[in-house]
Design a binder for this molecule. Sequence first.
Ligand SMILES: O=P(O)(O)OC[C@H]1O[C@H](O[C@H]2O[C@H](CO)[C@@H](O)[C@H](O)[C@H]2O)[C@H](O)[C@@H](O)[C@@H]1O
Length: 372
Amino acid sequence: MDLKSNHNSPVLTDPASLSKSRLGLPSNMTPCSPAALPFSSSVSSPRKKLNKDLISECQLDDNDAAYQTWMINYPSALNSFHLITSYAKCKTVALFLDYDGTLSPIVDNPDHAFMSSAMRAAVREAANHFPTAIISGRSRDKVHEFVKLSELYYAGSHGMDIMGPIRISESVGDHPVCIKTTDSKGKEVHLFQPAREFLPMINEVYKSLIEITSNIIGVKVENNKFCVSVHYRNVDKRMWDEVGLRVFGLIKGFPRLRVTHGRKVLEVRPVIDWNKGKAVEFLLESLQLSQRNDVLPIYVGDDRTDEDAFKVLRERIHGFGILVSNVPKETNAYYSLRDPSEVQEFLKSLVRWKKFTASQTEDYNIDLMCIG
Ligand SMILES: O=P(O)(O)OC[C@H]1O[C@H](O[C@H]2O[C@H](CO)[C@@H](O)[C@H](O)[C@H]2O)[C@H](O)[C@@H](O)[C@@H]1O
């Protein structure tokens, strides 16, 4: 169950049924009905138990069949690794990674979404071989606190808070919301905060959201600097509508803010023409990787907000989006990975491939030198 993507309506819907009909999956992929099973409703309890097991087994099979069908259009990035690297050959791969649900598993408490040390090692290695950035809905400081790596770039608040390399480009480098500063290690960087003027408003809304949801058990309001998250994952399902009503009700009084939603979370953010897709373009330009046809951007993410980036990669900058999901979803991504453990495997494979191609180039150069 989730909130509908219609920004004006807090109506709750079931995304599983939605995605099934929208994806046009075959009708035989609906979950088994008990009537189709060889037990009557008046069976004794062990039989009832068997019946229940059979239904869930059947549903699992159906879900898996639906996923396999979906994967025809969104193949596994691991299974398609050779194809991906054949495109990447002789190109600079630029990596963009979402955080929650991509580098860390989804957990009930957002403050406990820790990254495993194995994942951290994989991301570090990847960042040592490819220009890498993390683009998260979290505040930039919070995601840095989780990731703890200085080898890469960070964009927080869905791309509205980017700390990147010093931009050579005059056009945006001189933009009033882009300032020169130093990072925690004293290195000169550019800080790009296109929603800076919204800071007082966001802080006001953050306080009001805490106030108006304080008597709903399980709600958690998280300040992500340029946006606010209202989590309802731990709220009794019967109260989900009420959470939606209160949040949308409050935001009605702030025409310059809007509400989007992610995984059991409502996100209040400024109405500005900026999103994770724009952040990818901004970072590519900062890294001097835009306007080149020897660059392959790859974006890995699991959330609806990542769709903006997938769209930019698909339509504008010729890269690959990889959706992390273990259920069929509508997406602008090209490939899929089931969960963060597959993301880790994918990152490790990319590094292995890069090392291998680098060693081959070295061998080739040595051969050339010998011939010369
Ligand atoms: O862009 P992301 O890095 O994916 O951030 C999106 C939101 O992620 C976090 O919430 C989600 O993960 C939590 C921890 O696993 C989970 O408890 C919650 O239900 C998810 O929605 C984060 O807390 C939000 O602020 C981000 O906007």
